[in-house]
Design a protein around this ligand. Sequence first.
Ligand code: OAD
Length: 241
Amino acid sequence: MQKDIHHKKFTSIVILTGAGISAESGIKTFRDEDGLWENHRVEDIASPEGFQRNPKMVYNFYNERRKQLLSNEVKPNRGHMALAQLENDFKGQTTLITQNVDDLHERAGSKSVLHMHGELLKMRCQFTNQVFLTKKSFDEKTACLCCHKPGALRPHIVWFGEVPFYMDDIQRVLEKCDLFLSIGTSGQVYPAAMFMQVARQQGALTIEINKDPTANSPLFDKTFHGKAGDILPDFISNFFA
Ligand code: OAD
């Protein structure tokens, strides 16, 4: 049965975004052809063990990504803008959960974004867990802003084997949402990959918007295949029509 998609029916929307929403802003996804993981071993640059083995390489990887994010070429695209409009216009509750570590949702105007995999523009002291904003590169020689020790600061990024942020908040909103949108994510990384099933078990309408079909596509109530920047503006306008 085709469920109707109209904003008046919904009170609580959860949106999960992944690398695909930022692809049209010039940021590489992870698993597409020429994706970030293609040229790197994930265990080298996205695990605590990799950081211990070769901190220089890990600092360098995130410093380069931060520089690119702050370069003039990268800016929010129509997909980010449409989601900010949804948050602004929708009378009920919206929660935007992103797996992305960029700040493009915020730059587009989204106000509350749960960065479950961390943020590129933040660094964290490994001893005190204090988090600091940074637009600059930092490495093993940088003195920590709280404990002053060199090498204490690490990227504020969730690596494989670490627990994502905001999991309690996320569980709470998933349990009461009536519309779940998954946008630009391959659904290969847990726990984000199972959010759709939690929402679905609560009776939420589940919609996937992704360039290509994913392994989870058959489980969604509705799927739209194409670029997020092409699909989302019309999708959001029709939602409020
Ligand atoms: P992936 O690279 O796994 O998947 C990106 C998805 O976006 C793919 O299914 C593409 O088909 C789709 N896509 C590409 N361009 C698109 C566009 N313009 N519009 C819509 N969809 C598009 O990235 P994620 O699913 O986000 O974690 O990866 C999840 C996590 O894996 C990341 O947060 C990262 C990585 O390991 C950490 O680093 C902790």
